[in-house]
Design a protein around this ligand. Structure first.
Ligand SMILES: [Zn+2]
Length: 116
């Protein structure tokens, strides 16, 4: 599961499928679900309470399955698959499998993986 909070993604399947680039709000690794801004909106009916004196309907996102998403690569300007590779110094990074550009480091340098 290579998608992280703050990533740009494209929704490629499901009811909210579109070409728009959206950002990831939250990732639930155990369930394989991702909360994406403006995707899978539902109306929550809320009772009158201290917090909502009027009550009413609130629009909010619900998590979608990670398989509905693709990482958005800025240099390909499309949804792509991510891979993981080790760099010469032994650190780990995500990369775009299409163009090979880096999508940021995910682990610090480790001597055991370094390329001597
Ligand atoms: Zn790319």
């Amino acid at each position: 599961m290579l998608i992280k909070e703050g990533d740009s993604v494209v929704v490629v399947a499901g009811n909210d499928r579109s070409d728009e680039v959206r950002s990831v709000v939250q990732v639930d690794r155990a369930k394989g679900k991702v909360l994406v801004e403006g995707v899978n909106l539902v109306w929550k009916h809320v009772r009158r309470s201290q917090k909502y004196p009027q009550g009413g309907r609130l629009s909010k996102e619900m998590p979608v399955d990670i398989s509905n998403l693709k990482y958005y690569c800025t240099s390909c300007s499309s949804g792509v698959r991510l891979g993981v590779r080790y760099l010469d110094d032994g650190s780990k990074e995500r990369y775009c499998k299409k163009c090979g550009s880096s999508a940021g480091k995910i682990a610090p340098a480790k001597a055991a993986y370094a390329n001597k």
